[in-house]
Design a protein. Structure first.
Length: 397
């Protein structure tokens, strides 16, 4: 609504100037619609303005003119801008899985049936007259695909794991184990050494508690002196001691000096190898420890073990001495002679036997056979009258 007092004086109004009646009229005043100068409108009630002003009677006369109600003003809302939503990416759906249809087997359709034409003539009403050959073909609907049937998988059967091998023990007829050897004559596998010399297919393998010890020094020296005797019998030697190779080589010079054996400079080592077994792995594996002899760190020392190994790598003789008792190598040579002489001959050697002494005929050999095979067969007479003590001359090897 527009109403403005004229500047010319009291009581004069100028219509059309921009102002609001609500700034001058009392709050809550109702205006009737007018017909002059405007469109008939509904009665209008002045709403409470933001600030209420009351006209003064001395400044403004009472409003007596027409009040024109202007149409409502519409304010456009400011545009709202929304950020573009980020693109949404969807993972590709998995490719459809196609399953080949199971083959369907159908029984062969019966052969086509052909019927001959009926003969001319009259037929009852209930019968069928066929005037020409008729072919009847049977049709079959396809059978539904058969459901796949799978045989149940047989239960899994697992073989029991083989039992762990028993630890190796020295016994007659047992094959010697193979192990890596670091020695004063180079490194090799034990089986390779056993097969290394066709002229000496037999092997004497002996252990020592430790280098630079008195009893071992005398034993190793005796072996060096008897090397030729062993070779005459086709036997090679190899020792083992629980010290490194460098210690073995230094100790060897002491042994050669004590036995008054001179060798060229740079070749001051023994005629046979000595295995370095600092970890004692080999002597433990072969059961060569002496529980009564303890070293400085509280571990048992190797005993004085000796094994005679045949050309087939099997144990033919085993002698075990305590660490405090030196071996008798004359006895070792005697036993080697006996073992080699009697192997497969049907003979045995009596007590204190030495090479060249008479031999005993084994019980498995008959008297007649013994007389034919050996010289100077004799039977010793005994009170029992049993002829079991039979002897012959020692065969020449």
């Amino acid at each position: 609504m527009n109403a403005q007092p004229a500047k010319g004086g009291a009581g004069a109004y100028s219509w059309g100037a921009a102002t609001s009646v609500t700034n001058y009229a009392p709050v809550g005043t109702t205006y009737q619609s007018v017909q002059s100068g405007g469109v008939v409108q509904q009665p209008s009630v002045v709403a409470a303005p933001a600030q209420n002003y009351r006209y003064s009677a001395t400044s403004f006369p009472a409003i007596g003119g027409q009040v024109v109600q202007q149409p409502p003003v519409t304010y456009a809302a400011p545009p709202v801008t929304y950020a573009a939503a980020p693109p949404v990416t969807y993972a590709a759906a998995p490719a459809p899985v196609s399953y080949a249809a199971a083959p369907v087997a159908y029984a062969a359709a019966p052969a086509t049936n052909t019927y001959a034409a009926a003969a001319a003539g009259s037929y009852p009403t209930s019968s069928i007259k066929v005037s020409a050959p008729v072919t009847i073909t049977q049709s079959f609907e396809a059978a539904p695909p058969a459901a796949a049937v799978y045989a149940a998988a047989p239960p899994a059967v697992y073989a029991a794991a083989p039992p762990a091998p028993a630890p190796w023990r020295v016994k007659l007829g047992a094959e010697m184990p193979n192990f890596f050897c670091e020695t004063t004559h180079g490194d090799f596998n034990f089986h390779d050494f056993l097969d290394s010399n066709p002229d000496c297919p037999w092997t004497v393998f002996f252990s020592h508690p430790k280098d630079y010890t008195p009893v071992c020094t005398t034993e190793i020296g005796r072996c060096e002196v008897l090397t030729g005797e062993f070779q005459q019998r086709g036997v090679k030697l190899i020792g083992v001691s629980c010290d490194p190779v460098e210690e073995h080589l230094g100790w060897s010079r002491d042994i050669l000096y004590r036995e008054q054996i001179s060798k060229p400079e740079g070749e001051e080592f023994l005629s046979f190898p000595i295995i370095a077994d600092s970890s004692k792995e080999i002597v433990v594996q072969l059961g060569m420890l002496d529980p009564d002899e303890i070293d400085a760190v509280g571990l048992p020392l190797p005993a004085r073990a000796l094994i005679l190994i045949g050309p087939d790598r099997k144990v033919k003789l085993s002698i075990l001495y305590p660490a405090t008792t030196g071996r008798n190598f004359d006895e070792i040579l005697r036993t080697i002679d006996s073992v080699q002489l009697t192997a497969g001959q049907g003979l045995a050697t009596p007590v204190d036997w030495r090479q060249g002494d008479r031999c005993i005929v084994a019980p498995s050999v008959t008297t007649d056979d013994a007389k034919q095979r050996f010289a100077n067969f004799a039977i010793e007479e005994l009170p029992s009258g049993k002829q079991y003590l039979r002897s012959v001359d020692c065969p020449q090897l």
